[in-house]
Ligand binder design. Sequence first.
Ligand SMILES: [Zn+2]
Length: 439
Amino acid sequence: MSVFVLDKRKKPLMPCSEKRARLLLERGRARIHKLVPFTIRLVDRAVADSVVQPVAVKLDPGASTTGVALARVEDGNDEPTHHVLHLAEIEHRGKAIKQAMQQRSAFRRRRRGANLRYRPARFDNRTKPNGWLAPSLRHRVETVAAWVARYRRLAPVSAIAMELVRFDSHALSAPKVAEQGGAAYQQGELAGYEVREYLLEKWGRHCAYCDAENTPLQIEHVVPRAPGGSDRVSNLTLACEPCNQKKGALAVEDFLARDPKRLARIKVGLKTPLAGAAAMNATRWALWRALSATGLPVACATGGRTKWNRSRFDIPKTHALDAACVGTVGRVADWQRPTLTVKCTGRGAYQRTRLDRFGFPRGTLMLGKTVHGFQTGDLVRAVLTKGVHAGTWRGRVAVRATGSFNIQTSDGVRQGISWRYCAILQRGDGYGYAARSPR
Ligand SMILES: [Zn+2]
Protein backbone atom coordinates (compact mmCIF):
# COMPACT_ATOMS: atom_id res chain seq x y z
CA MET A 1 0.00 0.00 0.00
CA SER A 2 1.30 3.48 -0.79
CA VAL A 3 2.16 5.71 2.13
CA PHE A 4 0.83 9.26 2.15
CA VAL A 5 3.47 11.92 2.70
CA LEU A 6 3.07 15.43 4.11
CA ASP A 7 5.72 18.10 4.25
CA LYS A 8 6.69 19.78 7.50
CA ARG A 9 3.84 22.27 7.12
CA LYS A 10 1.35 19.41 6.57
CA LYS A 11 0.99 20.16 2.85
CA PRO A 12 0.50 16.96 0.83
CA LEU A 13 3.34 15.55 -1.30
CA MET A 14 3.29 12.58 -3.69
CA PRO A 15 2.63 9.29 -1.88
CA CYS A 16 5.68 7.02 -1.62
CA SER A 17 6.34 3.29 -1.30
CA GLU A 18 6.35 1.47 2.02
CA LYS A 19 10.08 0.88 1.72
CA ARG A 20 10.87 4.53 1.19
CA ALA A 21 8.65 5.48 4.12
CA ARG A 22 10.45 2.97 6.33
CA LEU A 23 13.84 4.42 5.38
CA LEU A 24 12.66 7.97 6.01
CA LEU A 25 11.32 6.96 9.42
CA GLU A 26 14.49 5.03 10.33
CA ARG A 27 16.73 7.94 9.40
CA GLY A 28 14.63 10.32 11.47
CA ARG A 29 13.64 12.36 8.43
CA ALA A 30 9.92 11.72 8.99
CA ARG A 31 7.35 11.17 11.73
CA ILE A 32 4.20 9.06 11.71
CA HIS A 33 1.35 11.50 11.15
CA LYS A 34 -1.60 9.11 10.98
CA LEU A 35 -1.92 5.32 11.22
CA VAL A 36 -4.89 4.74 8.90
CA PRO A 37 -4.53 5.57 6.09
CA PHE A 38 -0.81 5.41 6.91
CA THR A 39 0.67 8.87 6.56
CA ILE A 40 4.11 10.21 7.39
CA ARG A 41 5.23 13.81 7.79
CA LEU A 42 8.67 14.93 6.69
CA VAL A 43 10.50 16.98 9.29
CA ASP A 44 12.88 18.81 6.98
CA ARG A 45 11.06 19.64 3.76
CA ALA A 46 8.41 22.19 2.75
CA VAL A 47 6.28 21.82 -0.38
CA ALA A 48 7.94 24.71 -2.21
CA ASP A 49 11.06 22.65 -2.96
CA SER A 50 9.34 19.55 -4.23
CA VAL A 51 7.38 18.83 -7.39
CA VAL A 52 3.96 17.21 -7.27
CA GLN A 53 2.29 15.46 -10.18
CA PRO A 54 -1.43 15.52 -11.02
CA VAL A 55 -3.40 13.07 -8.88
CA ALA A 56 -7.04 12.15 -9.50
CA VAL A 57 -9.55 10.82 -7.00
CA LYS A 58 -11.74 8.33 -8.86
CA LEU A 59 -15.09 7.20 -7.50
CA ASP A 60 -17.52 4.43 -8.27
CA PRO A 61 -20.50 5.31 -6.05
CA GLY A 62 -22.64 2.33 -5.06
CA ALA A 63 -25.65 1.70 -2.86
CA SER A 64 -23.81 -0.22 -0.17
CA THR A 65 -20.15 0.24 -1.13
CA THR A 66 -18.33 3.07 -2.86
CA GLY A 67 -15.05 2.28 -4.58
CA VAL A 68 -12.27 4.87 -4.36
CA ALA A 69 -9.00 4.94 -6.28
CA LEU A 70 -6.24 7.54 -6.21
CA ALA A 71 -4.25 7.60 -9.41
CA ARG A 72 -1.33 9.57 -10.75
CA VAL A 73 -2.33 10.86 -14.17
CA GLU A 74 0.35 10.77 -16.83
CA ASP A 75 0.14 14.04 -18.71
CA GLY A 76 0.06 14.98 -22.37
CA ASN A 77 -2.39 12.48 -23.78
CA ASP A 78 -6.10 12.34 -24.55
CA GLU A 79 -6.25 8.89 -23.01
CA PRO A 80 -3.73 9.14 -20.18
CA THR A 81 -2.25 6.26 -18.24
CA HIS A 82 -3.50 6.12 -14.67
CA HIS A 83 -0.97 4.80 -12.17
CA VAL A 84 -2.96 3.59 -9.16
CA LEU A 85 -1.56 4.91 -5.87
CA HIS A 86 -4.24 3.85 -3.43
CA LEU A 87 -7.39 1.72 -3.44
CA ALA A 88 -10.19 1.91 -0.90
CA GLU A 89 -13.76 0.76 -0.45
CA ILE A 90 -16.19 2.67 1.76
CA GLU A 91 -18.93 0.46 3.21
CA HIS A 92 -21.98 2.59 3.88
CA ARG A 93 -24.41 2.23 6.75
CA GLY A 94 -27.58 3.40 5.01
CA LYS A 95 -29.44 0.29 6.12
CA ALA A 96 -28.52 0.80 9.78
CA ILE A 97 -29.62 4.43 9.57
CA LYS A 98 -32.91 3.53 7.95
CA GLN A 99 -33.58 0.85 10.55
CA ALA A 100 -32.79 3.16 13.46
CA MET A 101 -35.07 5.87 12.11
CA GLN A 102 -37.92 3.47 11.46
CA GLN A 103 -37.58 2.18 15.00
CA ARG A 104 -37.58 5.69 16.39
CA SER A 105 -40.65 6.61 14.39
CA ALA A 106 -42.48 3.50 15.56
CA PHE A 107 -41.65 4.21 19.20
CA ARG A 108 -42.82 7.81 18.85
CA ARG A 109 -46.01 6.69 17.16
CA ARG A 110 -46.74 4.36 20.04
CA ARG A 111 -46.10 7.04 22.63
CA ARG A 112 -48.28 9.57 20.82
CA GLY A 113 -51.03 7.05 20.41
CA ALA A 114 -50.90 6.15 24.09
CA ASN A 115 -51.72 9.66 25.25
CA LEU A 116 -53.64 11.26 22.42
CA ARG A 117 -56.12 8.60 21.52
CA TYR A 118 -58.99 10.96 20.64
CA ARG A 119 -57.02 13.70 18.94
CA PRO A 120 -58.21 14.35 15.38
CA ALA A 121 -55.75 13.79 12.59
CA ARG A 122 -53.53 16.76 11.86
CA PHE A 123 -53.81 18.51 8.51
CA ASP A 124 -51.13 17.10 6.28
CA ASN A 125 -49.27 20.29 5.39
CA ARG A 126 -45.74 19.02 5.51
CA THR A 127 -43.66 18.91 2.36
CA LYS A 128 -40.10 17.91 1.63
CA PRO A 129 -37.87 20.66 0.27
CA ASN A 130 -36.58 20.36 -3.28
CA GLY A 131 -33.59 18.07 -3.60
CA TRP A 132 -34.33 16.39 -0.28
CA LEU A 133 -32.63 13.03 0.20
CA ALA A 134 -33.53 10.42 2.81
CA PRO A 135 -31.01 10.39 5.70
CA SER A 136 -29.67 7.00 4.62
CA LEU A 137 -28.90 8.42 1.16
CA ARG A 138 -27.61 11.75 2.44
CA HIS A 139 -25.16 9.79 4.57
CA ARG A 140 -23.73 8.27 1.39
CA VAL A 141 -23.22 11.64 -0.25
CA GLU A 142 -21.73 13.22 2.84
CA THR A 143 -19.43 10.31 3.64
CA VAL A 144 -17.98 10.21 0.14
CA ALA A 145 -17.56 13.99 0.07
CA ALA A 146 -15.86 13.83 3.48
CA TRP A 147 -13.44 11.18 2.24
CA VAL A 148 -12.61 13.19 -0.86
CA ALA A 149 -11.85 16.13 1.44
CA ARG A 150 -9.70 13.82 3.58
CA TYR A 151 -7.74 12.55 0.58
CA ARG A 152 -7.18 16.14 -0.50
CA ARG A 153 -5.41 16.71 2.81
CA LEU A 154 -3.23 13.64 2.30
CA ALA A 155 -2.36 13.79 -1.40
CA PRO A 156 -1.98 16.56 -4.01
CA VAL A 157 -5.38 15.90 -5.59
CA SER A 158 -5.96 17.99 -8.70
CA ALA A 159 -9.02 16.35 -10.25
CA ILE A 160 -12.00 14.14 -9.48
CA ALA A 161 -13.57 11.52 -11.74
CA MET A 162 -16.81 9.77 -10.90
CA GLU A 163 -19.23 7.36 -12.48
CA LEU A 164 -22.39 9.44 -12.81
CA VAL A 165 -24.78 7.37 -14.90
CA ARG A 166 -25.01 3.73 -15.85
CA PHE A 167 -25.08 4.32 -19.59
CA ASP A 168 -24.76 7.15 -22.02
CA SER A 169 -28.37 8.25 -22.50
CA HIS A 170 -27.22 11.21 -24.55
CA ALA A 171 -25.72 8.91 -27.17
CA LEU A 172 -28.99 6.97 -27.33
CA SER A 173 -31.01 10.11 -27.90
CA ALA A 174 -28.51 11.86 -30.19
CA PRO A 175 -30.20 12.78 -33.49
CA LYS A 176 -27.90 10.65 -35.62
CA VAL A 177 -28.68 7.62 -33.51
CA ALA A 178 -32.39 8.37 -33.35
CA GLU A 179 -32.87 8.57 -37.10
CA GLN A 180 -31.39 5.11 -37.49
CA GLY A 181 -33.55 3.75 -34.70
CA GLY A 182 -30.61 3.19 -32.42
CA ALA A 183 -28.69 1.11 -34.96
CA ALA A 184 -25.69 3.44 -34.95
CA TYR A 185 -25.44 2.92 -31.27
CA GLN A 186 -24.51 -0.67 -31.87
CA GLN A 187 -21.33 0.30 -33.66
CA GLY A 188 -17.95 0.67 -32.06
CA GLU A 189 -16.41 -1.36 -29.26
CA LEU A 190 -17.67 0.76 -26.38
CA ALA A 191 -21.24 0.86 -27.72
CA GLY A 192 -21.96 -2.76 -26.79
CA TYR A 193 -21.19 -2.02 -23.15
CA GLU A 194 -23.43 1.03 -23.05
CA VAL A 195 -26.27 -0.94 -24.65
CA ARG A 196 -25.88 -3.66 -22.06
CA GLU A 197 -26.13 -1.20 -19.19
CA TYR A 198 -29.13 0.39 -20.91
CA LEU A 199 -30.89 -2.96 -21.19
CA LEU A 200 -30.09 -3.88 -17.59
CA GLU A 201 -31.63 -0.61 -16.44
CA LYS A 202 -34.65 -0.91 -18.75
CA TRP A 203 -35.53 -4.56 -18.13
CA GLY A 204 -34.79 -4.56 -14.42
CA ARG A 205 -31.83 -6.93 -14.21
CA HIS A 206 -33.76 -10.16 -14.61
CA CYS A 207 -34.53 -12.64 -17.36
CA ALA A 208 -37.41 -11.42 -19.54
CA TYR A 209 -38.78 -14.95 -19.97
CA CYS A 210 -38.43 -16.59 -16.56
CA ASP A 211 -37.62 -13.65 -14.22
CA ALA A 212 -34.41 -15.36 -13.02
CA GLU A 213 -32.24 -12.94 -11.05
CA ASN A 214 -28.59 -12.97 -10.00
CA THR A 215 -27.61 -15.02 -13.01
CA PRO A 216 -25.53 -13.95 -16.00
CA LEU A 217 -27.90 -12.36 -18.49
CA GLN A 218 -27.40 -12.47 -22.23
CA ILE A 219 -28.54 -9.97 -24.79
CA GLU A 220 -31.55 -11.51 -26.46
CA HIS A 221 -32.96 -10.68 -29.87
CA VAL A 222 -36.75 -10.80 -29.58
CA VAL A 223 -37.12 -11.18 -33.33
CA PRO A 224 -34.24 -13.64 -33.84
CA ARG A 225 -31.35 -12.63 -36.02
CA ALA A 226 -31.80 -15.63 -38.34
CA PRO A 227 -35.12 -14.43 -39.86
CA GLY A 228 -33.72 -10.90 -40.05
CA GLY A 229 -34.19 -9.43 -36.58
CA SER A 230 -32.17 -6.25 -36.14
CA ASP A 231 -29.52 -5.25 -33.60
CA ARG A 232 -31.48 -2.13 -32.63
CA VAL A 233 -32.19 -1.59 -28.95
CA SER A 234 -35.91 -1.78 -29.81
CA ASN A 235 -35.38 -5.46 -30.64
CA LEU A 236 -33.29 -6.34 -27.60
CA THR A 237 -34.02 -7.63 -24.14
CA LEU A 238 -32.16 -9.73 -21.58
CA ALA A 239 -32.51 -13.45 -20.97
CA CYS A 240 -30.74 -16.08 -18.89
CA GLU A 241 -28.69 -18.64 -20.78
CA PRO A 242 -31.22 -21.54 -20.56
CA CYS A 243 -34.06 -19.34 -21.86
CA ASN A 244 -31.85 -17.89 -24.57
CA GLN A 245 -30.88 -21.41 -25.70
CA LYS A 246 -34.45 -22.70 -25.49
CA LYS A 247 -35.83 -19.83 -27.53
CA GLY A 248 -33.12 -20.15 -30.16
CA ALA A 249 -34.54 -19.06 -33.52
CA LEU A 250 -38.18 -19.35 -32.41
CA ALA A 251 -40.43 -16.36 -32.88
CA VAL A 252 -41.34 -14.79 -29.55
CA GLU A 253 -45.05 -15.41 -30.28
CA ASP A 254 -44.40 -19.15 -30.52
CA PHE A 255 -42.01 -19.23 -27.58
CA LEU A 256 -44.46 -17.47 -25.28
CA ALA A 257 -47.63 -18.99 -26.74
CA ARG A 258 -48.64 -20.22 -23.28
CA ASP A 259 -47.92 -16.94 -21.54
CA PRO A 260 -49.82 -14.22 -23.42
CA LYS A 261 -49.51 -11.75 -20.53
CA ARG A 262 -45.73 -11.85 -20.59
CA LEU A 263 -45.74 -11.64 -24.37
CA ALA A 264 -47.86 -8.48 -24.25
CA ARG A 265 -45.61 -6.97 -21.58
CA ILE A 266 -42.45 -7.62 -23.60
CA LYS A 267 -43.99 -6.17 -26.74
CA VAL A 268 -44.98 -3.00 -24.92
CA GLY A 269 -41.55 -2.82 -23.29
CA LEU A 270 -39.78 -3.02 -26.64
CA LYS A 271 -41.67 -0.01 -27.95
CA THR A 272 -41.19 2.27 -24.95
CA PRO A 273 -37.76 3.81 -24.71
CA LEU A 274 -36.35 4.16 -21.21
CA ALA A 275 -36.93 7.72 -20.07
CA GLY A 276 -33.67 9.55 -19.46
CA ALA A 277 -34.84 10.50 -15.99
CA ALA A 278 -35.47 6.89 -15.06
CA ALA A 279 -31.80 6.07 -15.38
CA MET A 280 -30.69 9.06 -13.35
CA ASN A 281 -29.80 8.40 -9.80
CA ALA A 282 -30.66 11.28 -7.47
CA THR A 283 -27.96 10.31 -4.98
CA ARG A 284 -25.23 10.30 -7.62
CA TRP A 285 -26.31 13.71 -8.84
CA ALA A 286 -26.28 15.02 -5.27
CA LEU A 287 -22.76 13.64 -4.90
CA TRP A 288 -21.77 15.27 -8.18
CA ARG A 289 -23.02 18.63 -6.88
CA ALA A 290 -21.18 18.17 -3.58
CA LEU A 291 -17.94 17.32 -5.40
CA SER A 292 -18.31 20.19 -7.86
CA ALA A 293 -18.52 22.53 -4.88
CA THR A 294 -14.91 21.64 -4.02
CA GLY A 295 -13.78 23.71 -7.03
CA LEU A 296 -11.82 20.80 -8.52
CA PRO A 297 -12.68 19.66 -12.06
CA VAL A 298 -15.13 16.74 -11.85
CA ALA A 299 -15.10 14.41 -14.85
CA CYS A 300 -18.23 12.30 -15.26
CA ALA A 301 -18.29 8.88 -16.86
CA THR A 302 -20.74 6.08 -17.55
CA GLY A 303 -20.94 2.61 -16.06
CA GLY A 304 -20.72 1.18 -19.57
CA ARG A 305 -17.32 2.78 -20.06
CA THR A 306 -16.11 1.50 -16.68
CA LYS A 307 -17.05 -2.05 -17.64
CA TRP A 308 -15.47 -1.68 -21.06
CA ASN A 309 -12.21 -0.41 -19.53
CA ARG A 310 -12.18 -3.17 -16.95
CA SER A 311 -12.62 -5.94 -19.50
CA ARG A 312 -10.13 -4.54 -22.01
CA PHE A 313 -7.45 -4.08 -19.32
CA ASP A 314 -8.35 -7.52 -17.93
CA ILE A 315 -8.82 -6.27 -14.37
CA PRO A 316 -10.91 -8.27 -11.85
CA LYS A 317 -14.14 -6.81 -10.53
CA THR A 318 -14.01 -5.11 -7.16
CA HIS A 319 -15.54 -1.79 -6.19
CA ALA A 320 -12.12 -0.16 -5.81
CA LEU A 321 -10.81 -1.46 -9.14
CA ASP A 322 -14.04 -0.35 -10.82
CA ALA A 323 -13.25 3.11 -9.51
CA ALA A 324 -9.76 2.87 -11.03
CA CYS A 325 -11.37 2.07 -14.40
CA VAL A 326 -13.80 5.02 -14.37
CA GLY A 327 -13.55 7.55 -17.19
CA THR A 328 -11.44 8.06 -20.29
CA VAL A 329 -8.31 6.04 -19.57
CA GLY A 330 -5.67 4.72 -21.93
CA ARG A 331 -4.19 2.27 -19.44
CA VAL A 332 -4.49 1.45 -15.73
CA ALA A 333 -1.14 0.57 -14.18
CA ASP A 334 -0.01 -0.65 -10.74
CA TRP A 335 -3.47 -1.84 -9.75
CA GLN A 336 -2.23 -5.01 -8.02
CA ARG A 337 -2.21 -3.57 -4.52
CA PRO A 338 -4.11 -4.06 -1.25
CA THR A 339 -7.44 -2.34 -0.71
CA LEU A 340 -8.24 -0.38 2.42
CA THR A 341 -11.77 -1.23 3.53
CA VAL A 342 -13.44 1.59 5.41
CA LYS A 343 -16.56 0.55 7.26
CA CYS A 344 -18.88 3.34 8.35
CA THR A 345 -19.66 2.60 11.99
CA GLY A 346 -20.93 5.93 13.25
CA ARG A 347 -19.97 7.38 16.59
CA GLY A 348 -22.51 5.56 18.73
CA ALA A 349 -26.13 6.32 19.46
CA TYR A 350 -27.54 9.57 20.76
CA GLN A 351 -30.31 7.68 22.52
CA ARG A 352 -29.23 6.62 26.00
CA THR A 353 -32.25 4.49 26.88
CA ARG A 354 -32.25 0.94 25.65
CA LEU A 355 -35.69 -0.29 24.66
CA ASP A 356 -37.29 -3.67 24.40
CA ARG A 357 -39.07 -4.66 21.22
CA PHE A 358 -42.29 -2.98 22.35
CA GLY A 359 -40.58 0.34 22.87
CA PHE A 360 -40.56 0.22 26.67
CA PRO A 361 -37.39 1.22 28.50
CA ARG A 362 -35.21 -1.74 29.37
CA GLY A 363 -32.17 -0.01 30.83
CA THR A 364 -29.92 2.93 30.19
CA LEU A 365 -26.49 3.32 28.70
CA MET A 366 -23.88 5.24 30.66
CA LEU A 367 -24.29 8.99 30.36
CA GLY A 368 -20.76 9.75 29.23
CA LYS A 369 -19.14 8.05 26.28
CA THR A 370 -15.59 7.92 27.64
CA VAL A 371 -14.23 5.42 30.16
CA HIS A 372 -10.77 6.13 31.58
CA GLY A 373 -10.11 8.28 28.50
CA PHE A 374 -11.14 5.61 25.99
CA GLN A 375 -14.14 5.74 23.69
CA THR A 376 -15.77 3.04 21.62
CA GLY A 377 -14.17 3.16 18.18
CA ASP A 378 -10.67 4.19 19.26
CA LEU A 379 -7.81 2.23 17.73
CA VAL A 380 -5.86 0.76 20.66
CA ARG A 381 -2.99 -1.58 21.40
CA ALA A 382 -3.10 -3.82 24.45
CA VAL A 383 0.00 -5.61 25.71
CA LEU A 384 -0.70 -8.41 28.19
CA THR A 385 2.14 -10.48 29.61
CA LYS A 386 0.09 -13.14 31.42
CA GLY A 387 -3.37 -14.67 31.66
CA VAL A 388 -5.65 -16.06 28.96
CA HIS A 389 -5.24 -12.93 26.86
CA ALA A 390 -1.43 -12.88 27.00
CA GLY A 391 -0.09 -11.24 23.86
CA THR A 392 -0.25 -7.98 21.95
CA TRP A 393 -3.63 -7.02 20.54
CA ARG A 394 -4.42 -4.20 18.19
CA GLY A 395 -7.82 -3.06 17.00
CA ARG A 396 -10.98 -1.10 17.52
CA VAL A 397 -12.06 -0.94 21.16
CA ALA A 398 -15.58 -1.19 22.62
CA VAL A 399 -15.67 0.30 26.11
CA ARG A 400 -17.65 -0.76 29.17
CA ALA A 401 -18.27 1.36 32.26
CA THR A 402 -16.48 -1.31 34.34
CA GLY A 403 -13.22 -0.63 32.47
CA SER A 404 -13.23 -4.12 30.98
CA PHE A 405 -13.01 -3.59 27.22
CA ASN A 406 -13.48 -5.65 24.07
CA ILE A 407 -10.95 -5.31 21.27
CA GLN A 408 -11.92 -6.12 17.68
CA THR A 409 -8.69 -7.54 16.25
CA SER A 410 -8.18 -8.70 12.69
CA ASP A 411 -8.94 -12.27 13.81
CA GLY A 412 -11.84 -11.99 16.20
CA VAL A 413 -12.89 -10.15 19.34
CA ARG A 414 -10.81 -10.30 22.54
CA GLN A 415 -13.26 -9.84 25.37
CA GLY A 416 -12.70 -8.48 28.84
CA ILE A 417 -9.34 -6.72 28.54
CA SER A 418 -8.74 -4.17 31.28
CA TRP A 419 -8.25 -0.55 30.29
CA ARG A 420 -4.95 -0.58 32.19
CA TYR A 421 -3.28 -2.61 29.41
CA CYS A 422 -4.60 -0.43 26.57
CA ALA A 423 -2.91 2.47 24.83
CA ILE A 424 -4.58 4.66 22.21
CA LEU A 425 -3.02 4.55 18.74
CA GLN A 426 -5.58 6.67 16.92
CA ARG A 427 -8.82 8.29 18.09
CA GLY A 428 -12.07 6.89 16.73
CA ASP A 429 -13.35 8.77 13.68
CA GLY A 430 -16.54 6.87 12.93
CA TYR A 431 -14.91 4.28 10.67
CA GLY A 432 -13.56 0.77 11.13
CA TYR A 433 -10.52 -0.10 9.00
CA ALA A 434 -9.12 -3.28 7.52
CA ALA A 435 -6.75 -4.09 4.68
CA ARG A 436 -7.58 -6.62 1.98
CA SER A 437 -4.85 -8.22 -0.13
CA PRO A 438 -5.18 -8.20 -3.91
CA ARG A 439 -6.93 -11.22 -5.36
ZN1 LIG B 1 -34.72 -17.19 -18.12
